[in-house]
Structure formats: C-alpha cells, structure tokens
Ligand binder design. Structure first.
Ligand code: HEC
Ligand code: HEC
Length: 506
C-alpha cells in the first residue's frame, strides 16, 4: 500500500495529470475486459500515456498516432499486448519493454525512446529519478492493462479487407518479380514502389487487426509486416534484385498462414491467375502462387500435374518440398485423405524414385489410409498427442509426416474454435511446437519458437512450460551449433534465460 501511495503522490507531484485531449474510451470490443487492472493506477496512467505515448501509438493505443508514419517500424497496437501473447500480460515484461534500458529484444533497432532514461532525464538526484521512472512505468503498465481487448477472434471482415489489399499488391508484384527485366525496368519503378507501399501498409494493418486471433496468426502477420517493410525499403534504396527475390520468398509466409485451417471462403476472382498464366512459369511456380493466393483447388491440380510430369525429377520434387506442400494442402486445408493417397500411389509408379523416397512415399500412403479409417478419439488435444507419438528420433519424421500434419491441423482447429482453457491452450501450443520442430519445414519462419514461447508464457511454473522450455532450448541451441561449438548470440541467450525463469516460475 505504501508503495501505491508513493506512486500516487509522485504522479500528482510531477504533473503527469496535465490536461490533454480526452482519449476515446475503449470501444465496445472491450465489453469483456480480460485482465483486471488496478483502477486507481490505471486512471493515473492515462494522462501519462496521452502525454508521452499517443504521438506514436495514438490516443486509443491502436498505433495510429500522428508520428507513426515517419517510423520504420509500425508502433504496436497496445490494446493487443495480451492478445499477441496468447492472452498473457506480464507486468514485468511490459515495464521492461517501455523502460528500454534492459530491453533484450530490441537488437539495436528500437525506434521507441528509452523511456527509462527519458522520464527523469532532468532530475539530478539519481534516487529520486529512479522512483519517478518506476512510478510512471507502474501507472503506464496498469493503464495498458486496462485497455486490453478480449482474447477473441477479430472480425474476419477487417482481416479480409487487409487481405484484399495485400492480394492486389501481390497480384501486381509477383508476376513482375518473376521477370527481372520487368521488375528492374525504370518505367515501372513508380508503380512498383506504389504497390510495395500498399503491401507494407496493409501488412502492418493485418498485424494490428489480426493480432488477437492466436499466436501463430500473430507471429506470421508480424513476420509478413516486417518483411514487407524490408522489401519496400530495399527497393527504394535501389536494391532491386534483393527486393525481387524477397517478394518471391514472401509467398512462403502467405502459404504458412493460409495452410493452417480448412478453407471456408469461396475462391477469389481469378484476375491474378489470368495474369500469371500469361507468364512463362514452371509448374511448381504456378502451384506455389495458387497456394499463396488461396486458389486451393487450382494449386492441388497443379501439384498433381507436377508429380506426373517429367519436367522435374522425382527427387527434386521431394527435395524442394513440393510433396510436403501438397500434403499440407490436402490434409489441413482440403481435409481430404483419399485424394492424396491416390496421387501419391500414381507418383510412386514413376521409375525415377530413389529407394529411400519410395519408402517414404509408401509410408505416407499407408499413413493416409490409416488416418482415413481412424475414429478420432475423444478430445482434440489427446487426439493430437496420440498422432504425434512419442518418437524422439528425427529419423522417424519422414515416415510420420502425414500424422504430424494431421495433428497440427487438429490443434489449429481447436485453437481457432476458441473456448480452450488457458492450460489447454498452453498444451496445444506446446504440441504445435513439437510438430514444428519435427517437421522443421519453416525453420526460417521460426514458428516453433513462437509456439513454444507462447506455451511457456501461458503456463508459468507448470510442467508443460518446463517441457516447452526444454524443447525450445534444445531447438535453438542446435540451430547455433557448428563445428566450432555453440555460439548462441547474447540477446538470444538473455531471452532464453528470461523464458527459463518464467518456465521455472521464479
Ligand atoms: C516515437 C514513437 C513511439 C513513442 C513516442 C512510443 N512508442 Fe511504444 N513503440 C513504438 C514502436 C515503433 C514500437 C514497436 C517496435 C519496437 O518495439 O521498437 C513500440 C512498441 C511498444 C511496446 C511493445 C508492445 C508489445 O506488444 O511488445 C510497448 C509496451 C510500448 N511501445 C509502450 C509505449 C509507451 C507506454 C509509450 C509512452 C511512454 C510509448 N510506447 C511511446 C514507438 C513509440
Ligand atoms: C497472418 C496470416 C495471413 C498471412 C501471412 C496471409 N494471409 Fe491471406 N488471408 C488470411 C486470412 C485469415 C484470410 C481470410 C480467409 C477467410 O476468409 O476464411 C485470408 C484471405 C486471403 C485471400 C482471399 C481474400 C478474400 O477477399 O476472400 C487472398 C487472395 C489472400 N489471403 C492472399 C494472401 C497473400 C498473397 C499473402 C502473402 C503476401 C497472404 N494472403 C498472407 C490470412 C493470412
């Protein structure tokens, strides 16, 4: 109590309550506040927020402040701090983020001022300065807690509008990115830059709107917005070739996000497909583009054509991940087990499969047939756990690909349906982390990291968090091990240490 009174006094004495325009009240979205904030401290925090934070984060905290457009990184939507973390709001973490003096995530690119240094810059007495700083941080944290929106799916409409813009930008950019003369043509420069601007803006809006969906959506929309910004900047600086390559790799993120759940909407207008058809694209390029733009039926046909055509050798088809892409599409999006079993059986007839590929394909066909006979047992999480199995050996993975894909589909659907307890969400994210570390298909997207971190934050001190931490540690450290030993970068090391403490509950 003493400490609260001291903060109250400080906040008043230091004139934080200076009058500023009234902040709009949190909207109706706020009807079921997920987090209990201290009302007295939160009220004290509001004027501090308006004075110091609204210029970038906006009066309502959504990230639309007047200074936002000048920044390289979009200011975060501060109403979705918890939503971005699977419903968890950690006071200590957020205070540290705002403070900035000990921020381990910033990688030296932090665009937000180091408030821990700024709040009391003109107070000569170090001790007083420190308590002023802490007081402000404490009231800000309570205020932010009070504006969190409930952890529930965002209206699909907002997401769809962002997607429509992303789509139109990509529809313009992708075909050009596949043709270096067009992409590097000075006559096209203005139009390309404009499309990159749209892509950047819509991607960061997707990140802000969509952040409440779930941790995987949040992670993927975040990486999309970071990449889109990176591409725009590189192109503007004249690095056209890099930008062109990055536009193509961006489709991996589109696919990763779209392939999580069954498709519920009708396919979009095919204007883009028509433009793409005029290009001289290879079958896999066309399949990938169709997948990235949610032309799921078109994509499945193209993959099957690829498996039958001799344009690409069987082993290249495997090594480039096209079989896995196709299985992901059929198992998770179409939820069809018969059709891929037949397509693989035809693929198996080719005479250019290596013995090891042939045995993998046999394993997948068997797996698909077994899955289609299976009556899912009881609860989705138990079901997923059973599908994942307990084999720890990476060698087993190839044969288990279909079971792992089915398991991740079950988990994504359970999370998207909502209604899981916090403990079950922690378990679901842990299991998704297990699947992702075993499939390892999107290593560079680091989805596994995002899942495991979410599991840890959702269940501090519980066994599931310790398991998630153990796996994350193993996964990350393996990624940084080479012939010269293990070199985990210091910031990552610090982050792991922070997560370890959360997992241990201290
Ligand atoms: C100059 C613009 C600017 C101002 C002013 C600013 N921020 Fe930020 N803030 C950002 C940007 C940009 C990000 C996202 C990228 C980053 O972390 O650097 C961010 C991120 C954050 C995050 C992290 C959100 C998350 O989910 O991880 C918090 C919390 C935050 N700001 C709080 C505040 C508070 C509180 C204030 C006022 C004391 C403030 N910001 C003022 C630009 C700003
Ligand atoms: C973070 C997840 C995510 C990422 C990343 C993502 N999308 Fe989407 N996309 C969605 C969701 C959710 C929908 C809506 C699906 C629905 O309506 O059921 C959607 C819908 C679409 C649609 C259909 C829009 C409509 O009006 O029906 C297209 C086209 C599309 N996305 C293209 C892309 C492209 C191209 C990229 C990559 C540059 C991309 N998406 C990246 C989540 C994502």
């Amino acid at each position: 109590m003493v400490h609260r009174l001291a903060i109250l006094w400080l906040a008043l004495a230091l004139g934080c309550a200076a009058s500023a325009p009234e902040a709009p009240r949190p909207s109706s979205e706020q009807s079921s506040p997920p987090l209990a904030a201290d009302p007295v401290l939160a009220e004290l925090g509001e004027p501090v927020f308006r004075t110091y934070c609204a210029s970038c984060h906006g009066l309502d905290g959504t990230g639309n402040g007047p200074a936002a457009s000048a920044l390289n990184t979009p200011p975060a939507d501060l109403r979705r701090i918890a939503a971005r973390r699977g419903g968890v709001f950690s006071d200590a973490e957020i205070a540290r983020k705002i403070d900035g003096r000990f921020d381990i995530d910033a990688h030296g690119t932090r665009e937000m001022p180091i408030w821990g240094a700024a709040f009391a810059a003109d107070i000569p007495d170090g001790e007083v300065a420190e308590s002023v700083t802490r007081g402000r941080l404490a009231v800000l944290v309570e205020y932010l807690k009070s504006i969190q929106v409930a952890h529930e799916p965002e209206s699909p409409e907002a997401t769809r509008q962002d997607m429509a813009q992303i789509f139109s930008a990509m529809a313009f950019l992708l075909p050009r990115s596949l043709d270096d003369r067009r992409f590097e043509d000075p006559e096209q420069a203005q139009a390309i830059q404009a499309a990159l601007d749209v892509l950047d803006r819509a991607s960061s809006a997707l990140g802000r709107h969509g952040a409440s969906e779930d941790a995987s959506f949040a992670h993927l929309s975040h990486s999309l917005s970071i990449d889109a910004r990176d591409i725009r900047i590189r192109y503007a600086e004249g690095h056209h070739r890099e930008a062109r390559y990055l536009v193509q790799t961006l489709t991996e993120t589109c696919v990763a996000c779209h392939s999580r759940l069954p498709s519920s909407s009708a396919p979009r207008s095919d204007a883009f497909v028509r433009e793409a058809e005029q290009l001289d694209l290879s079958l896999p390029e066309r399949a990938k583009l169709a997948f990235a733009t949610r032309q799921f039926d078109v994509a499945a046909d193209l993959y099957e054509k690829l498996f039958e055509s001799r344009e690409t050798s069987a082993n290249d088809i495997d090594l480039n991940g096209y079989l896995a892409d196709y299985l992901e599409l059929e198992i998770r999006v179409h939820r069809d087990l018969e059709r891929p079993a037949e397509a693989l059986a035809r693929f198996r007839q080719r005479d250019d499969l290596s013995p090891s590929l042939r045995s993998d394909v046999d394993g997948w066909i068997k797996g698909l047939r077994a899955l289609s006979q299976r009556a899912p047992s009881g609860l989705p999480l138990d079901d997923a756990e059973q599908l994942i199995g307990d084999d720890e050996h990476m060698a087993e993975v190839e044969g288990r690909l279909v079971q792992l894909l089915e398991a991740s589909g079950v988990l994504h659907r359970a999370l998207a349906a909502g209604g899981l307890s916090q403990r079950d969400r922690a378990r679901a994210y842990y299991l998704l982390g297990v699947v992702e570390t075993r499939i390892g298909r999107s290593y560079w997207l680091s989805e596994a990291e995002a899942y495991l971190e979410t599991a840890i934050r959702l269940a501090p001190g519980q066994p599931i968090a310790r398991k998630a931490y153990g796996l994350l540690d193993e996964f990350l450290v393996a990624g940084y091990s080479g012939s010269g030993g293990t070199h985990v970068p210091p910031d990552l090391h610090a982050k792991l240490e922070q997560l370890r403490r959360i997992a241990e509950g201290d």
